[in-house]
Design a protein around this ligand. Structure first.
Ligand code: S3P
Length: 439
C-alpha cells in the first residue's frame, strides 16, 4: 500500500513541553455534518476537524444538495434540509480513506428514495463492509458490493426499511451508528446491542438534535419517523490525536505537557487507563460538559513505564490508540501483551502487522499474534519504517523518534492529513525534531 512521496525524518532527543490544543474530534466532526444536514434549520459547528476524512463526509452531503458553508477556521454552517430533504447525487461519491464515512453513510443512504454509489481509495476498497450491509439487508435495504463484500457499494434507493433488534457480533461504533441512522427512517423500533461499550457520540448527538434515544446497558434503541432540530456544536479536541503527544510525553525524559480541551468521553479513554496501568503520570484537569460531551485538559509528565497485560475490556475504548500504545510498550520495562484486538487487522492498514514489522526494524522484539501483539520493551534503534499509508502508524513512529538512538525515517506519510492536518508543525512546536520531506 506504499504510495505517497511524503516522508518523515525524526532525529532523536527532545522532550515535549508546553501547552497545546489538538485538532477537533474526527468522530464528532463526521456526525455533526450528517445530523446537521438532516436537521430542520441551521447548525453551526465550531472546532470542526478539517481533515480529509471529514471533508469527504462534507463533500458527500454537498453532492446530495445540502448547502454547507465553510469550513473556515473550524467553523461550518450547515443549512439542514430536513430528514427527507436529501437529493440524488449526480455522480459516484468518493470517500477517500474514510471508513467512518463509508459505514455510516451506507446506513443513512440505504433509506433514501434514490440510488447512491460509494467508493474510496485503495485502502478503503479492501475494508470489510458486510458488517453493515448484512444487518441493513435484514432491515430491508438493498446493496451490490464486490464478491468479498468490499466497496464500491451500490445502494439501491426506494426500499422500505423495518426496525430490527440486532446483536452486534463485533464491538463497532460504526456498525451501531450505521444501523441507528437507517433506523431514523425505518418502520418501528431499531435496537442494537453491543458486545462491549463503544464510542457513543451518535447517541449523544442525536439527543442533542432533540431525537429520542433509549439506552439501557449495552442496548440502544430508537423509533423511526422522528425529526431532528438544528443545534450548535462545539467539537472538542480529539483524544485519538492527543494520544501521540500523550505517549511522546510519557516516554521522553523531562517532558511536561498539557493538552487543552480534549474530549474525554468514557468510551474513548482506554488509552489513559492503559497508560496509567503502565505507570504513566497523567492528570485530568478542568473537566467541563460541552454539548453533552465531557471535555478536559490532559497533563502528562515523563514517567518510566512498565509492561502489562492489557485488559481486554479496554480494547474497544482504545481501538484507534494501539499503534501509539505499542510505541509506549516498546520503551517500557518488560513485556506488554495485547489480546482480543483482531479488529486492528482491518483498520486503515493491518495495524498489528505494520507495527510489529516497524518495531522489529527498530530493534524491538515484537511478535504479531492473531488477535494482538507481544512486545518486549527495549531500546529503540534507528531505521526506515513503512506507515503503509496509515496516518496513525506514521504519527506513532514519529513519537518513537524521541527516544531512538539515531534517525528514524517513516515512509508514506501523506495520509496524516486524513485525521491530523498540522501534526508535523505542532510536534515541532512542542519539542519533536521532525522534518517532512517530499521526494
Ligand atoms: C469510529 C469507530 C471506530 C474507530 C474509527 C472511528 C467512529 O471504528 O476505529 O476510527 O467514528 O464510529 P469501528 O466501529 O470499526 O471500531
Amino acid at each position: 500500500m506504499s504510495g505517497s512521496t511524503i516522508k518523515y525524518h525524526v532525529t532523536p532527543g527532545g522532550k515535549l513541553t508546553g501547552q497545546i490544543r489538538v485538532t477537533g474530534d474526527k468522530s464528532i466532526s463526521h456526525r455533526s455534518i450528517m445530523l446537521g444536514s438532516l436537521a430542520d434549520g441551521t447548525t453551526i459547528v465550531e472546532g470542526f476537524l478539517e481533515g480529509e476524512d471529514n471533508l469527504a463526509t462534507l463533500n458527500a452531503f454537498r453532492m446530495l444538495g445540502v448547502d454547507i458553508k465553510g469550513p473556515d477556521n473550524g467553523r461550518v454552517e450547515i443549512h439542514g434540509v430536513g430528514i427527507d430533504g436529501l437529493q440524488a447525487p449526480a455522480d459516484v461519491i468518493d470517500l477517500g480513506n474514510s471508513g467512518t464515512s463509508m459505514r455510516l453513510l451506507t446506513g443513512l443512504f440505504s433509506a433514501q428514495s434514490f440510488d447512491t454509489t460509494l467508493t474510496g481509495d485503495k485502502s478503503l476498497v479492501t475494508r470489510p463492509m458486510r458488517r453493515v450491509t448484512e444487518p441493513l439487508t435484514k432491515m430491508g435495504a438493498s446493496f451490490t458490493t464486490s464478491e468479498s463484500g468490499t466497496p464500491p457499494i451500490q445502494i439501491q434507493g426506494k426500499q422500505r426499511l423495518c426496525g430490527i433488534d440486532y446483536d452486534m457480533p463485533v464491538a463497532s461504533a460504526q456498525v451501531k451508528s450505521s444501523l441507528l441512522l437507517a433506523g431514523l427512517y425505518a418502520d418501528g423500533q431499531t435496537c442494537v446491542t453491543e458486545p462491549a461499550p463503544t464510542r457513543d457520540h451518535t447517541e449523544r448527538m442525536l439527543k442533542g438534535f432533540g431525537y429520542q434515544v433509549q439506552v439501557s446497558g449495552n442496548k440502544v434503541c430508537l423509533l423511526g419517523g422522528g425529526r431532528l432540530k438544528a443545534t450548535n456544536i462545539d467539537v472538542p479536541g480529539d483524544i485519538s490525536s492527543a494520544t501521540f503527544f500523550i505517549v511522546g510525553a510519557c516516554i521522553a525524559k523531562d517532558s511536561d505537557l498539557t493538552i487543552k480541551h480534549v474530549g474525554i468521553n468514557p468510551t474513548r479513554v482506554g488509552v489513559i487507563n492503559i497508560l496509567r496501568l503502565m505507570g504513566a503520570d497523567i492528570t485530568i484537569d478542568n473537566e467541563i460538559d460541552v454539548g453533552g460531551e465531557p471535555v478536559a485538559d490532559i497533563h502528562v509528565k515523563y514517567a518510566k513505564l512498565h509492561g502489562i497485560n492489557i485488559p481486554e475490556d479496554q480494547v474497544p475504548l482504545a481501538i484507534d490508540e494501539f499503534p501509539a500504545i505499542f510505541v509506549a510498550a516498546a520503551y517500557a520495562d518488560g513485556k506488554t501483551v495485547l489480546t482480543g484486538a483482531k479488529e486492528l487487522r482491518v483498520k486503515e492498514s493491518d495495524r498489528i502487522q505494520a507495527m510489529a514489522d516497524g518495531l522489529t526494524i527498530l530493534g524491538i522484539t515484537a511478535e504479531a499474534t492473531e488477535d494482538g501483539i507481544i512486545i518486549e520493551g527495549g531500546s529503540i534503534g534507528s531505521g526506515t519504517v513503512d506507515s503503509h499509508g496509515d496516518h496513525r502508524i506514521a504519527m506513532s513512529f514519529a513519537m518513537a523518534g524521541l527516544c531512538a538512538d539515531n534517525e528514524i525515517e517513516i515512509l508514506d506519510c501523506e495520509n496524516v492529513n486524513t485525521s491530523f492536518p498540522g501534526f508535523a508543525e505542532l510536534s515541532n512546536q512542542v519539542g519533536l525534531n521532525l522534518t517532512v520531506k517530499d521526494t
